[in-house]
Design a protein around this ligand. Structure first.
Ligand code: SF4
Length: 78
């Protein structure tokens, strides 16, 4: 299970993440992405959405270990 957060100070609402992982992200009334269900799509799709966000507004962490999965941590090899 992953934990997913969207920084609304960065999100410009272009809906890339909503298109990629519609089970996880929806637009709120301000047309910014909101997480409705972190487990609504496979983690691989969540990571793809995070990687494709043009303003890097999406942070993904491992809910069990707290390890940051995206953005990559400095020095990470994978
Ligand atoms: S891809 Fe990024 S900027 Fe676009 S709606 Fe999602 S979080 Fe916001």
């Amino acid at each position: 299970m992953v934990k997913v957060e969207v920084d609304h100070g960065l999100c410009v609402g272009n809906a890339m993440c909503v298109a990629t992982a519609p089970g996880v992200f929806v637009h709120n009334e301000h047309r910014q992405s909101t997480v409705v269900d972190a487990g609504g799509d496979p983690a691989a799709l969540v990571l793809e959405a995070a990687a494709n966000c043009p303003v890097s507004a999406i942070r993904v962490t491992d809910a069990e270990t707290g390890r940051t999965l995206f953005p990559p941590e400095p020095g990470a090899t994978s």
